[in-house]
Design a binder for this molecule. Structure first.
Ligand code: SF4
Length: 358
């Protein structure tokens, strides 16, 4: 399956080098996964190193005083994790002869070991093909499948089943860690870097997913019409000016809207969330074929082709600037040309057509 292959290939080249990834010791992996709950990797590294130096084995923790354990944990927060780990270490010594259980089901029966930690340890240390779904992974899957997240339901329901089906049978630990890395780096909560994403091709949203909010949420569709005149960066973007009497942002320039039915899912470029006063917009951006671009340009006199290099001088709406930045169309990016153009086969065909007509 492309998803697994692309994700693991990306992981092989980009895996973050972390101390707990240099070992296959289940105890070390368990400690790291416990510390990583609700805590940033950069904060965990020092605590993990000190903790493992003091308690290199499960037995050494089981024998320690709780106050000593808490002192070492001090500053990392969520102290119930330390207490639970201590208690679980003692349970492994007394009930499992000091041998850490090897399946997620058995691990999750230990005191304080949740479904996520059990799956992470079982897959990474013992290669059990189970999905470890934390908040980061849930976000990746929600965006990839395009589901509306349902708080408290998604993780146990449909999304979890999808996650279980996706796990790589040969390399479940690497797969889960790759998903965690993807969620923590490229598929970040804000401004996901979809253009560099290894699973972009199959992703339903290619950007932020809609979230239930107290604010009003409106959907909107917009288009990126970009033609290349001779060589990049000599390119132009189609923009339209907002009406002079518009209640918001009069006279500012924005990307043209796409009418319902005009969009083609094949040309989905990305989605973004954007707030304007008390309304949240969920905006889908499409690329257009050359013919569609021409039709759109002809639609109204208020639409003009603007050279990419003039964009910083124009009063663009915040949303337009955000989209052009995400797609690396705004000047100033080091890439030779916007990745989106390089990647989209249909857009390339449009560019070729443009080259012959201009
Ligand atoms: S394409 Fe974007 S939204 Fe989709 S999984 Fe990748 S980073 Fe996340």
């Amino acid at each position: 399956m492309d998803f697994r292959r692309n994700l693991l290939q990306w992981f092989d080249q980009n895996a973050r080098e972390l101390p707990w990834r240099q070992t296959s010791d289940p105890w070390a992996i368990w400690v790291s996964e416990t510390m990583l709950q609700q805590t940033r990797v950069s904060v965990v590294i020092d605590y993990y190193t000190r903790f493992m130096a003091r308690y290199p084995t499960l037995q050494s923790l089981a024998q320690a005083d709780e106050s000593e354990v808490l002192a070492l944990w001090s500053g990392l927060g969520y102290y119930r994790r330390a207490r639970a780990l201590h208690e679980a270490a003692r349970a492994v010594v007394s009930e499992h002869a000091g041998v850490i259980p090897q399946t997620a089901a058995a691990l999750s029966r230990l005191p304080g070991v949740g479904v996520y930690t059990a799956a992470a340890v079982a897959s990474i240390a013992f290669s059990e093909p189970v999905a470890a779904v934390d908040g980061n992974v849930e976000r990746v899957l929600t965006r990839y499948f395009g589901h509306e997240p349902v708080p408290g339901v998604a993780r146990s329901g449909e999304l979890r089943r999808a996650a279980e089906q996706l796990v790589d049978r040969e390399r479940p630990g690497d797969f889960n860690q790759a998903m965690m890395d993807l969620g923590a780096t490229l598929c970040a909560p804000k401004s996901p870097m979809c253009l560099a994403c290894p699973v972009r091709e199959g992703c339903a949203t290619r950007g932020e997913h809609a979230v239930p909010r107290t604010k009003k949420m409106l959907s909107r569709k917009t288009a990126l019409a970009l033609v290349q005149r001779r060589q990049w960066p000599k390119a132009e973007v189609l923009l339209q000016r907002r009406a002079a009497d518009a209640s918001q942002m009069p006279n500012m320039w924005e990307l043209p809207n796409v009418k319902e039915g005009q969009e083609s899912e094949d040309m989905l470029l990305l989605t973004v969330r954007h707030s304007i006063t008390n309304t949240n917009y969920y905006v889908t951006v499409y690329g257009l074929t050359m013919n569609e671009q021409k039709l759109l340009a002809r639609d109204t006199a208020e639409r003009v082709w603007v050279p990419v290099f003039d964009l910083p001088e124009l009063p663009l709406t915040g949303l337009t600037k955000k989209i052009l930045n995400r797609l690396r169309v705004m000047p100033g990016f080091s890439t030779a040309r916007p990745l989106v153009i390089a990647e989209e086969e249909a857009a390339q065909a449009a560019l070729a057509a443009a080259a012959t007509t201009h």
